[in-house]
Design a protein around this ligand. Structure first.
Ligand code: SAM
Ligand code: FES
Length: 350
């Protein structure tokens, strides 16, 4: 079976669920090395050697939701909550631009303090003054709000569907439905956003079959960006005591995601780097990934955006993360993207 799968990958024939499950079950390091090399070759062919840097600003850790896995869930009273004001967010975007980033990702919990008016004011101000692409990652809103935010100048939107298994999704998300998430992803594309989604690896109750379905779902949704990171167990959540996902399984899913979706943007996630600070990002970049999201959140807030414990870069400044990431990219013979790094599926937007 394995040789047949390798041949299918080489001749770019689509893999079915059974074949995806077979690869996801592989453990032999030599075979996995072959998988990563094949994903790396497809990455080079479809998205080239450039690694795109997206400056991440975690502007609020208030959240109205109670997702069972998440450290900033509404009921976690141990979190010190913070919000950045519009002026401070703008100044931070300016810093990201000075560091050379051509995209900022504005991320927060689902915090309705940021009304449509506040957000459109911010987006317009950024677009009028700074040459930078804007990605929003602020959770679920109405169709009209997504439309207005796009009209104000937001280019991209990130919202993970977390798992394609509707029962597992329902268990983990008391405040949102799987159907609604998928609908929102369709809206976002319809409105014109470059749309990203993704999953966590190793969620309690998640199976290999679920992961294979997740990968097929990436393809079906025709996403522009796909984030795949390990679930990391947080002690102050109802899932305390469960095992975290592994770096190995995360790398397998990243490689298969590249092989199946070809020209998408795939980040080497911070969660993976948290599991393997020494080489997690390099490994991901060599197994299909082509994006890194350096943190530019002001240092005083970083320790409070604790989705999971031991998050890296809590004590490094935006400048330090910038240098660290550049060094890592050059060390594996890759180059840094100098343009916006827009979706390769929507060249006309760039
Ligand atoms: N509120 C927005 C949303 O829900 O899309 C954006 C912020 S949310 C905290 C960003 C992502 O963090 C989620 O999509 C989830 O995959 C990830 N995340 C949350 N808790 C995590 C954990 N314990 N381990 C790994 N990733 C986690
Ligand atoms: Fe922040 Fe390496 S990316 S220290």
């Amino acid at each position: 079976m394995l040789n047949e799968i390798w041949e299918k990958i080489d001749s770019e024939v689509e893999l079915n669920k059974e074949e995806l499950c077979y690869i996801l079950s592989l453990e032999d390091p030599e075979k996995l090395e072959i998988l990563y090399q094949k994903a790396d070759k497809i990455r080079k062919k479809y998205v080239g050697d450039e690694v795109h840097l997206r400056g991440l600003i975690e502007f609020s850790n208030y959240c109205r939701n109670n997702c069972l896995y998440c450290g900033i869930r509404r009921d976690n009273k141990k979190v010190k909550r913070y919000r950045m004001e519009i002026d401070e967010i703008f100044e931070t975007v300016l810093l990201a631009s000075r560091l050379g980033y051509k995209t900022v990702v504005l991320q927060s919990g689902e915090d309705m303090y940021y009304t449509l008016n506040k957000l459109t004011e911010l987006i317009k101000r950024i677009k009028d003054n700074i040459d930078i692409a804007i990605t929003l990652s602020i959770g679920e809103r109405s169709y009209e709000e997504y439309e207005k935010l796009y009209e104000a100048g937001a280019d991209r939107y990130l919202m993970r569907f977390e798992t394609s298994n509707p029962e597992l999704y329902a268990k983990l998300h008391p405040d949102s439905s799987f159907e609604n998430r998928i609908n929102i992803l369709k809206w976002l594309k319809q409105i014109g956003y470059q749309t990203g989604s993704g999953i966590m690896i190793g969620l309690p109750g998640q199976t290999i079959e679920d992961l294979a379905e997740d990968i097929l779902m990436f393809k079906k949704l025709d996403l522009d960006m796909i984030g795949v990171g390990p679930y990391i167990c947080h002690p102050d959540t109802p899932l305390a005591g469960n095992p975290s996902g592994t770096a190995e399984m995360t790398l397998k899913v990243i490689a298969l995601t590249r092989i199946v979706t070809k020209n998408t943007h795939i980040p080497a996630t911070t969660a993976l780097a948290t599991l393997r600070p020494e080489d997690g990002r390099e490994k991901a970049l060599m197994a299909g990934a082509n994006v890194i999201m350096p943190n530019v959140t002001p240092m005083k807030y970083r320790e409070h955006y604790t989705l999971y414990p031991n998050k890296i870069c809590i004590n490094e400044s935006a400048q330090q993360c910038n240098l660290c990431i550049k060094r890592r990219i050059y060390s594996i013979g890759r180059v840094i993207g100098t343009d916006y790094g827009h979706s390769l599926k929507k060249r006309e937007n760039s």
